[in-house]
Design a protein around this ligand. Structure first.
Ligand code: UDP
Length: 494
């Protein structure tokens, strides 16, 4: 993909990932995608966050991408080494980490001024970066994590407050102004959409920063939510580019996929999964994973375990550190008994590799945006069990818009730091996975649809494909912007 581009012509970009595992994986894939297109990329982050992706960067052969480390500030009460947010972050340390992150603003702003990039791409959760870029006269692209449907749904709730017009938390309402009739309940909306809390304040700042930015980037592609891309651009009057799926552009070989999301070898699943899967027949195994942030109560884990047992087919379940959690809560090692009924992964799963194995036939997912895209790329239908963030909106895309998912029927949004008080019952999980993995017409239809979308994902990043065209168009636009700046400087135009 790389070609020879003269130094003067080469665009210089700075990428600023937010230290949540999936946010970082997502934006780093996109940073690598720009490096593949001859943009000289520097990722600014802290040493702890670099551990998520440094191996992937080292793997990159273009030489156009590097990491610039900024030390995480010392915060009273925050033990050294805690600087990222994921399922292992003790909830009481979360405010301290946010405090530390807020103190990174000055040093990073100084780096913008000294590095003088031609453009900055920053995670939406660093809304201050739009002002900082503006002060330095640098175009700023805000990286929106999630798909367009979630942004449009969020804006619909903000603008029309449909949840205030129903009588109870469980009464369904339509999200007004959207291209499809999508129904939600008040309980499924994020807390910050229902009440004024800290995150509501942050989201307000995010939306202000979108208006100040040159535009936004979204890891999505026209064939899955192009209607919402248009809707989002029209209703907000902002520029935006859906340039995904980024992982498909950049994670091309097995060794690359193996290290994605976790640069620490000891934390990664050792690899027995492959021979286990090799012994299974095509489309016969269910992959169960709830992302990098989630915590479940022991009762919920027990329900999932029993559902998988009752379902009676093969599965891979990424349980992560859940076992420790359940031991702490006193239900000693129920997962141990469960060990031989499927393949349990306790470390970091090489998700991209597992999903593309022919034996995998379906996914149980929390509808995290990355997993949503990755399952579509792999042509796998999903049983949807959303938990937090924008995942209930993503569920709508999978089940109601694209028809490639079966809802398990989660009723209540929870915060990612909490286990939540809703227990999704085993019978509801079994019903969804039995439909998903069964040979009925509905299941076959879903499988056909998701395979067509998988093909579309592969085409969209090829020359002439919509994401390919958008990436090229954006790079050309940024080059023209750079040339115009140089011209103005030479000619003394203000
Ligand atoms: N992931 C992985 N191995 C794991 C758990 C997660 O590779 O054991 C990756 C997964 O492929 C995806 C990301 O982590 O890219 C999770 O992102 P998603 O948006 O699906 O969920 P979140 O972590 O934000 O809840």
């Amino acid at each position: 993909m790389t070609s020879d581009v003269g130094e003067a012509e080469m665009l210089k970009a700075v990428f600023l990932p937010f230290p949540m595992t999936s946010h970082t994986i997502n934006i780093v894939d996109t940073a690598r995608l720009f490096a593949m297109h001859d943009v000289d990329v520097t990722i600014i982050t802290t040493p702890g966050n670099a551990q998520i992706f440094q191996t992937s960067i080292d793997h990159h052969d273009s030489g156009h991408i590097r990491t610039h480390l900024v030390n995480f500030p010392q915060i009273p009460g925050l033990p050294k080494g805690f600087e990222i947010l994921n399922s292992h972050t003790p909830p009481h340390l979360v405010p301290h980490i946010f405090k530390g992150l807020s103190l990174l603003q000055d040093p990073i702003q100084q780096l913008f001024a000294t590095m003088k990039p031609d453009f900055i791409v920053s995670d939406m959760f660093f809304p201050w970066s739009a002002n900082a870029a503006e002060e330095s006269g640098i175009p700023h692209l805000i990286y929106l994590v999630g798909g367009y449907i979630a942004m449009s749904a969020h804006n619909s709730v903000e603008q029309f407050a449909p949840h205030t017009k129903v009588d109870s938390d469980s009464e369904p309402f339509l999200l007004p102004g959207l291209p499809h009739k999508l129904q939600m309940t008040r309980l499924q909306l994020p807390f910050h959409a229902r009440e004024h809390n800290v995150l509501a304040h942050t989201m307000k700042a995010v939306h202000e920063s979108i208006k100040k930015s040159y535009g936004s980037l979204v890891n999505s592609f026209s064939e899955i939510d192009g209607i919402y891309e248009e809707h989002y651009k029209t209703t907000t009057g902002t520029k935006s580019w859906g340039i995904g799926p980024a992982s498909l552009w950049v994670s091309q070989d097995a060794s690359d996929k193996d290290v994605r999301g976790c640069a620490i070898k000891e934390e990664r699943e050792p690899g027995g999964w492959r021979s286990w899967l090799d012994s299974k027949t095509e489309d016969s195994v269910l992959y169960v994973c709830f992302g990098s942030m989630n915590k479940f109560s022991t009762s919920q884990l027990v329900e999932i375990a029993h559902a998988l047992e009752e379902f009676g087919h093969d599965f891979i379940w990424v349980v992560g550190k859940f076992e420790e959690q359940s031991e702490n809560e006193g239900e000693n090692g129920f997962l141990k008994e469960f060990e031989n009924r499927g393949y349990l992964i306790r470390g970091w799963a090489p998700q991209l590799l597992i999903l593309e194995h022919p034996a995998i036939g379906g996914v149980v997912t929390h509808c995290g945006w990355n997993t949503t895209l990755e399952s579509i790329i792999a042509g796998l239908p999903m049983a949807t069990m959303p938990l937090f963030a924008e995942q209930f909106y993503n569920e709508k895309l999978l089940v109601d818009v694209l028809g490639i998912g079966v809802s398990v029927g989660v009723k209540k949004w929870k915060n990612w730091t909490e286990v939540g008080d809703e227990i999704v019952r085993r019978e509801d999980i079994v019903k969804a996975i039995a439909l998903l993995m069964g040979g009925g017409e509905e299941a076959l239809e879903m499988r056909r649809r998701v395979r067509a979308l998988s093909d579309a994902a592969k085409k969209t990043i090829q020359p002439g494909g919509s994401s390919h065209t958008k990436v090229k168009g954006l790079i050309d636009e940024l080059k023209a912007f750079k040339l115009q700046k140089v011209y103005h400087k030479i000619n003394g135009v203000a």
